[in-house]
Ligand binder design. Structure first.
Ligand code: GLN
Length: 247
């Protein structure tokens, strides 16, 4: 359904009662606000566990603790609607628990392995320690700032491409050549990351990238406090890294 010249944008927050622990529902607010400011009509729907996933152009999965994460997985796995929506072109942003559960499998505390949805090829196992703290990732020539809080480490399948390369923090907690960790996954219209924040509030350029995909057109630039904040954070980062090409 996602495609060209969309004037009405539907954003679905999936299972916010289970996957909303870290404020990731805020991603919907950011997308809605930035789309509306470009004259796009927006509808945001919250989809509960027993409800069907609507035909929306953007689908959002957030983070959560192991228990709710499993419940959400079982709910999403009861039919193939999510896979169908994504195959039909919906943009999917999956954060942390959401990212883990769209993969092949993940392990929760206590050693139980849970089958994921298999939308991307990835295996999450328990790491030696919980990863809590700032997460700074290079995505193309952009910086993504956020924070992470997870016990799982994610190994991507050989055909998968990470969303970004980690500069500070752990992200997936796995290396992709060299000595750098990578974060998340990027496969077509699927974007996975360990970054909370909410990630789109902290990285408005990323919100615009998702909107561009969903609306099928370039967006005019926007100024906002969030853009200013990101710019100043990047400037500070730039004091340490000469090769920052952002702004
Ligand atoms: N329960 C998962 C883990 O600890 C995901 C946590 C999260 O979503 N922040 O690895």
């Amino acid at each position: 359904m996602a495609g060209n010249d969309v004037t009405m944008l539907k954003i679905a927050v999936l299972y916010p009662e289970l996957l909303g622990t870290y404020g990731d529902g805020g991603n919907a607010l950011v997308l809605a606000s930035r789309a509306r400011r470009r004259g796009v009509e927006v509808e945001v729907v919250q989809v509960a566990l027993d409800e069907e996933i609507p035909d929306a152009q953007i689908l959002l999965l957030g983070g959560g603790e192991d228990g709710p994460q499993r419940q959400a997985t079982y709910g999403l796995a009861k039919d193939d609607t999510l896979a169908k929506r994504v195959n039909d072109g919906a943009v999917l942003l999956a954060v942390c628990a959401g990212f883990q559960l769209i993969g092949t499998s993940y392990e929760v505390e206590g050693g139980l392995h849970v089958e994921g949805l298999g939308l991307v090829e990835s295996v999450t196992t328990r790491g030696a320690k919980r990863r809590v703290g700032d997460l700074l990732t290079r995505v193309g020539n952009r910086w993504m700032v956020g924070f992470e809080n997870h016990g799982g480490e994610t190994e991507l399948g050989s055909n998968e491409v990470p969303l970004g390369v980690v500069e500070a923090g752990a992200g997936n907690g796995r290396f992709a050549g060299g000595a750098r960790y990578v974060d998340g996954v990027r496969r077509g219209n699927i974007f996975g990351t360990y970054a909370h924040g909410p990630v789109l509030a902290q990285n408005p350029w990323f919100a615009d990238e998702l909107l561009t995909h969903a609306l099928g057109r370039e967006l005019e630039p926007l100024s906002s406090v969030a853009d200013d904040l990101h710019r100043s954070r990047v400037r500070e980062i730039g004091d340490f890294h000469d090769d920052v090409v952002d702004y």
